[in-house]
Design a binder for this molecule. Sequence first.
Ligand code: SIN
Length: 285
Amino acid sequence: MAIEVIPTGAALGAEIRGLDMSKPLTGAEFEAVQQAWYDHIVLLFRGQKITDDDLIAFSKHFGELDIAPASATDMAGSQAKSRPEIWIISNVVENGKPIGALGDKEAEWHTDMSYVAEPPMASVLHSREIPSTGGDTSFANMYKALEALPADLRAAVEGRMCNHDASTTSVGELRAGADAVLDVRAAPGAKHPIVVTHPVTGGKALYLGRRLNAYIEGYSVAESEALLDRLWAHCAKPEFSWAHKWKVGDLLIWDNRCAIHRRDGFDGSERRVMHRTQIKGRAPR
Ligand code: SIN
């Protein structure tokens, strides 16, 4: 069956039909998926009944995998130890320990692991269990956000580097072993250009990481805060985004080089279990 690409009609995202990830992909199938991914930034595959090994095998078509990020939780899952490429995102607690990261809280807009020098170019997320409401994941197109950026704001940030704080997770919790940031100029993390060029498509995009504890080099803290507030308010406009309501078996792959994402909170008495891989990237430039 040929692969079908159905755009969401929003600023980014497309559903791919006709692919079963429990079976190996042919070269032609992978090429079609990869082209759709460059075109649409986020791809959705419904109804994937797959194991972690299938998730890893699919992800590896795109490149070598990164190990999962350090999270705020001390994960109990033995699986987390046996498959270090899989990051479990969950609010489920077993034997008194969380089986995954991020709990049930809202996760703010962010780019995965942008606080490292060479952040993953892509993330792949597979849903195992989902709550009856909430926990939707939204994405924003950073090519479009840059294109529409007011000229004065673009002039103020183009060519500048921003520090991407490593101390907190996207739900605002301190990572294990991290100290609270008291001065954003001294926050741990990695510095990246604010305007980057996608290494494959050649498109220019905003690369912001996350708002909390960010700092634009070369400005006073007050100036940097004001610019960051304007940048983030701009990127969060609905015209750049698309929200995904999960079903069990959905798999999303997104391009961290030109998209940010966030997640709605949900009722902690319900279970949400997601398995994620991260595909290695290079330093943004
Ligand atoms: C993430 O990768 O930031 C988590 C997204 C989600 O839990 O939906």
